[in-house]
Design a protein around this ligand. Structure first.
Ligand code: ATP
Ligand code: AH0
Length: 398
């Protein structure tokens, strides 16, 4: 047997694995590194977040990634260069985190790398009948494996599209496996650049795929507006939104986008929700000039309203439901206050109440997906067949 395959086989048989989950989301702010101890697999999985760190990207890298992300035309040379460069950088970040945590690379069983989404195009977005849902992440797994010496699993989204899904949200099957509760109706809401949730009714059938969807913009429009009008990365603690007022005409104009009416599951990205999108909608509705603070307030309200409307499509007001929130949007008090106001029947709590550091959630999700590829039996998702699927591709260091 090839020694790499033999090692893979022994890792897959271990009762407990040490897995590093990596996530670098649509906000392009940096790399989340989650060191997880994962016991077992499937419904018997137990996960402990041992260490977590976000390493920010420098402004030069952010600029280069932004130039090739979510836009229709790019330099192919730049995409090719960044595919390997970013992987090498992620490997360096992992090695520096391990050094800081006083852990040797050979103590790690595997790395689970999401990569950087540079384009996401489900059919509802690209509208070409003869092409499937499609999505593209860069940061090649072989480069990470080679540079760290650690078995690496990457490129998780392709199997989902190959099986008829949109490539996202991938959190749903893991949310269902780990967080379904026997007596509590739960929604796990993640407010990243894009907001998404998984609905987990009490004691749901684990063999049936849960309801999940992207709801639309989370922080992406707010971030873009703050970067353009205030030269800041994001609206820290919602300070700018608080200084502005919601422009009701503008809000109404933005909410007419057909995406918000589409049925679940649906996914999206900054390819759709960006400042050009906003301007076109405002121009079409003849909304005149708006003070910049009001734009930020209106975009924050847009996220709150569209998350709320999606939640209300799956739960009735009277239903006793707890929403556990993760992602950077949880740190925006204006957004959270509005969600509390708009969903008075729901209890809205931090995901930390049932899990771990909410900022680490997505990185841990990919660690669990890798663990399932190694030792699980696959997930039931709404696919082209009833057969279970696994996600990720394996890169050996050798
Ligand atoms: N203190 C804060 N106040 C307001 N907003 C904040 C704060 N901290 C983080 N955020 C928001 O959270 C964003 C980062 O969120 P997160 O890391 O969850 O996104 P992401 O993982 O890049 O996105 P996605 O999940 O869509 O891929 C920031 O860009 C910012 O908008
Ligand atoms: C294509 C892509 O990278 N999508 C991300 C993005 O960030 C949030 C939302 O849009 C979600 O659908 C997805 O990530 C999470 C981790 C998911 O797949 O569940």
């Amino acid at each position: 047997m090839n020694p790499s395959v033999e090692k893979l086989y022994s890792i897959a048989q271990k009762p407990s694995r040490t897995v590093i989950g990596l996530m670098s989301g649509t906000s392009l702010d940096g790399l989340d590194i989650a060191l997880c101890q994962i016991n077992g697999s499937g419904n018997e999985t137990g996960v402990e977040l041992k260490n977590f760190k976000t390493i920010p990207y420098d402004s030069e890298l952010k600029k280069r990634l932004k130039a090739i992300s979510s836009v229709q035309q790019v330099s192919l040379k730049e995409v090719c260069l960044l595919h390997s460069k970013l992987a090498g950088l992620h490997a360096e970040f992992i090695l520096s985190a391990l050094e800081k945590w006083d852990i040797k690379p050979d103590q790690i069983d595997c790395i689970a790398s999401h990569g950087q989404t540079i384009y996401h195009a489900p059919k509802i977005q690209h509208r070409q009948d003869d092409s499937p849902n499609t999505t593209l992440q860069i940061g090649d797994g072989d480069h990470i494996a080679r540079k760290t010496g650690i078995l690496t699993i990457s490129d998780f989204r392709q199997k989902h599209t190959a099986a008829g899904g949109e490539g996202a949200p991938l959190a749903a099957p893991v949310d269902q496996m780990l967080f379904t509760h026997e007596s509590e109706n739960r929604i796990l809401l993640n407010i990243g650049g894009i907001a998404n949730f998984t609905y987990l009714p009490a004691s749901s059938n684990p063999d049936k795929a849960p309801i999940t969807t992207d709801t639309g913009p989370g922080n992406t429009l707010i971030d873009n507006a703050v970067q353009k009008y205030f030269d800041k990365d994001f609206d820290k603690n919602g300070r700018i939104a608080r200084q502005g007022s919601v422009n009701k005409t503008a809000l109404k104009a933005l909410k007419t986008d057909p995406y918000f009416k589409k049925s679940f599951p649906k996914t999206t990205g900054p390819e759709v929700f960006n400042l050009e999108w906003m301007q076109q909608r405002l121009d079409k509705s003849k909304v005149g000039d708006i003070p910049s603070e009001d734009i930020v307030a209106t975009l924050t309200r847009l996220s709150a309203d569209t998350i709320t409307e999606s939640v209300k499509k799956v739960v009735s007001d009277s239903q006793n439901i707890i929403i556990y929130v993760s992602g950077g949007g949880f740190h925006n008090p204006v957004l959270m206050d509005w969600l509390n106001e708009l969903l008075p029947d729901c209890h809205i709590l931090s995901f930390a109440k049932i899990g771990f550091d909410p900022d680490a959630k997505e990185a841990v999700i990919f660690a669990i997906l890798a663990n399932e590829l190694l030792a699980g039996e696959g997930f039931s998702i709404n696919t082209d067949s009833n057969k279970k699927v696994n996600f990720g591709k394996i890169s050996f260091p050798e």
